[in-house]
Design a protein around this ligand. Structure first.
Ligand code: ADP
Length: 420
């Protein structure tokens, strides 16, 4: 049965769009891991699901009702939340903290009844904390404390637990303890678990399904095999990994490869002139990386005020800039083509193309026709970022036909290294 359904959900903190067009369903009884780099929107996604934040666009359903239409009290009887940080200054006894989980169920007088104490008892027993119930929470280890916070959520008797990095401050033994506990609750009690994790291998080992976020968008959803591929990880985390099947559980395991520039050789990289077509921040990570490798970059054309324009300024990169909110003019495109022809190669990043900036794509095709080597990053399908009614997609296909090479950032770095 469907528990959560997110339909085209977008969310922004002020101007900063943090979740973009998320479509996701979670079935009752699922065990889901939400993965993604820092700042990719994982915590925000949890908060939107729990009803703490209201999406700017799209809808979040819990069962057959929109989550924000459910009263906070009723929500708390369905969803148990384990936040990233829990501040408890007062030296409560552990059992008092766990009993706080019963608040959403208490009647008018707010007193705990026998039934409530039974839930507290059970939550303490499930998390293995019965013997520590009289301890002050300040006298517990990190792992015990975290189990206590989970026990508090369990005492709510929820149908789903949302946990934000529940093991991030724990050592490996406690990490295992928490994940085993969650697995038991999922398998034996049928509790739905949705957790944010930084640890790809733990998530692979324990979660039934994974969700991979990349700058607020869903990059992949599915089983660990489907989501944890070297390609997805390269695109999202910008690192090269080997994925092996770990035999005891037949689950994928991720091993980091040494970064390309340290691949056993101390040889300095030969600097190249590289022109990058960017816009909207699509070129920022790549520019930073290639700049750090010592290549000589140029960028454009972009509008003044664009994230990539600011990024170029920060890195001291030559950049062709158009006035803000104005289509890129012929003059600027001509300068862009000149820079492309001066460069050793041209890289077109995953830019959304509209009427205003499609000229850049025409210039890249022109450079290609003149014999320039052109690389295109197309992790995000061109059709999804073509706002020109199909013209950008056609140019893209023509570029590929004429020899533009489709790569991801680590592949590009490797090619630059091999071509020394
Ligand atoms: P993650 O959990 O993947 O690290 P978050 O959802 O915490 O990502 O944050 C996504 C983006 O939103 C980040 O750029 C972060 O700086 C920003 N952000 C998070 N919380 C707030 C907030 N309360 N106000 C403004 N910006 C925020």
């Amino acid at each position: 049965m469907e528990l959560f359904r997110l339909e085209d959900v977008s969310f922004a903190y002020g101007e900063e769009l943090v979740l973009k067009n998320i479509d996701l369903t979670v079935e009752e009884g699922d065990f889901i891991g939400i993965l993604g780099p820092n700042g990719s929107g994982k915590s925000t996604l949890l908060k939107v699901m729990s009803g703490l934040l209201h999406p700017d666009k799209g809808r979040v359903f819990l069962g057959d009702r929109e989550v924000h239409r459910i009263s906070p009290g009723e929500r708390a009887r369905i969803i148990g939340v384990v936040p990233q940080e829990t501040y408890l200054d007062f030296p409560f006894m552990l059992e008092e903290v766990v009993a706080m989980g019963r608040y959403p169920h208490l009647g008018w007088w707010g007193t705990l009844r026998y039934k409530d104490m039974e839930y507290v008892e059970e939550a303490l027993a499930t998390t293995g904390l019965l013997e520590l119930r009289q301890r002050s929470i300040h006298q517990l280890s990190g792992g015990e404390r975290q189990r206590g916070i989970i026990a508090r959520a369990l005492a709510q008797n929820p149908r789903v637990l949302l946990l934000d990095e529940p093991v991030s401050n724990l050592d490996i033994k406690y990490q295992q303890g928490i994940f085993e506990l969650l697995l038991k609750l999922n398998r034996q009690e049928g509790l739905t678990i949705i957790l944010v994790s930084h640890d790809l291998n733990l998530a692979s080992q324990y979660c039934q399904n994974l969700v991979l976020l990349d700058q607020g968008q869903l990059r992949a959803v599915g089983s660990a095999e489907e989501v944890l591929t070297p390609e997805n990880i390269a695109k999202v985390y910008q690192v090269e990994v080997d994925v092996e099947k770990w035999s005891p559980l037949e689950k994928p395991r991720i091993n980091l490869r040494p970064p390309p520039e340290e691949n056993g050789s101390s040889k300095k990289i030969k600097p190249r002139r590289i022109h990058i077509v960017g816009g909207g921040g699509s070129a920022w990570r790549l520019s930073k990386r290639l700049n750090a490798m010592g290549h000589l970059l140029s960028l454009g054309a972009v509008n003044e005020g664009d994230t990539d324009s600011e990024g170029a300024r920060e890195l001291g990169i030559e950049c062709i800039r158009e006035v803000p909110f104005h289509p890129i003019t012929e003059g600027k495109l001509k300068q862009t083509l000149e820079l492309m022809l001066k460069a050793d190669l041209v890289v077109v990043s995953e830019v959304p193309f509209g009427r205003g900036n499609i000229g850049n794509l025409k210039m890249a095709l022109e450079a290609l026709k003149k014999g320039k080597e052109v690389f295109v990053l197309d992790g995000e399908n061109i059709a999804n970022r073509d706002f020109t009614g199909g013209e950008a997609s056609e140019l893209w296909q023509e570029m590929k036909k004429k020899g533009a090479r489709s790569v991801n950032p680590p592949e590009l770095e490797q090619i630059l290294k091999e071509g020394e």
